[in-house]
Ligand binder design. Structure first.
Ligand SMILES: Nc1nc(=O)c2c([nH]1)NC[C@@H]1CN(c3ccc(C(=O)N[C@@H](CCC(=O)O)C(=O)O)cc3)C=[N+]21
Length: 283
């Protein structure tokens, strides 16, 4: 029997429809949710992501502003633009596309965004709030994963979760969210001894390493839920995840595909956070 697939595109369509209704309700009282996206440099993948985010905003009845800077821009110009967006009451969310060029202090840039507009949830204040179990904005990718687990009715209480990857953007916040749902959480990384020993124990396996097809079927417990956060491009330009889908789907009970899995849900939760920020501005 092959695994049940969680369709991130279908779930996104459903959730974005609900968000569009809330956005329309806000617009009718004079507030249209607005996301400002800042892109530095010409990385083609980043340009595609930013274009997708802007298009998704507009489709959901939200406004998006886009500022694009040359890769060698003076960081002071970007700081100044962020300060302007922080002070603008018509802007509800600010996102600086990562990675930034090497001459940027990324941490300083993220800390300069007003925590009330930090829809990525990357500001230290928002990271701390999430860790204390009192989140202001949940980082979009782990938030999308939680929605996918909920939609597939995957039991969380007491589940053995293994996360492969310890990034600030995915691995760490993912661990905090699953811990808050009473999972038993293990975080593995590049220095972990005997990775397969850990992954084979997982009821829920989250792959967020950034190495194509590194999680194979033999590393998965039969019937497990496998969440693939990886976005890797093959030599032929095709998109593939961190999970070897062909072998994994024969063992897993539930699995997410790439493309059409976590990626679209990341954008959906960015819209959700922007809408939430706009709704808070009413109160
Ligand atoms: N400040 C910041 N916030 C981010 O959330 C952020 C970022 N920087 N930098 C880059 C990563 C990557 N990311 C993706 C979002 C959607 C898809 C997505 O929709 N992927 C589609 C395919 C898109 C395609 O064909 O390329 C899919 O998986 O089906 C992928 C990747 C957000 N990121």
């Amino acid at each position: 029997m092959t695994a049940k697939i969680i369709d991130g595109n279908a779930l996104s369509t459903e959730v974005r429809g609900q968000l569009a209704e809330r956005a329309a309700a806000l617009t009718s009282v004079g507030i249209t949710p607005c996301l400002a996206v800042i892109l530095v440099g010409e990385d083609p993948a980043s340009a595609v992501y930013v274009r997708n985010k802007v298009a998704a905003c507009e489709k959901a009845g939200m406004i998006s502003l886009r500022d694009v800077y040359a890769a060698d821009v003076e960081p002071a110009l970007v700081f100044a633009r962020i300060a302007e967006l922080n002070a603008d009451p018509s802007v509800h969310g600010i996102l600086v596309q990562l990675p930034l060029p090497k001459h940027f202090d990324s941490e300083a840039i993220l800390e300069s965004i007003s925590p009330e507009k930090d829809v990525d949830g990357f500001h230290a204040e928002n990271v701390g709030a999430l860790m204390q179990g009192n989140p202001r904005f949940i980082p979009c990718t782990p938030y999308g994963v939680m929605k996918m687990l909920e939609s597939a009715k995957v039991p969380l209480k007491g589940a053995e979760v293994v996360i492969v990857g310890r990034s600030n953007i995915v691995g760490k916040p993912m661990a905090m969210l699953l811990l808050a749902q009473s999972c038993t959480v293990t975080i593995c990384h590049s220095q972990s001894r005997d990775l397969a020993f850990h992954t084979r124990r997982a009821d829920i396996l989250v792959a967020a390493v950034g190495r194509a097809k590194m999680i194979t079927g033999d590393m998965i417990k039969p019937g497990a839920t496998v969440i693939d956060v990886g976005i890797n491009r093959t030599a032929e330009g095709k998109l593939c995840g961190d999970v070897d889908f062909e072998t994994a789907k024969e063992v897993a009970g539930v699995i997410t595909p790439v493309p059409g899995g976590v990626g679209p849900m990341t954008i959906t939760m960015l819209l959700a956070n922007t809408l939430e920020a706009a709704e808070r501005s009413l109160k």
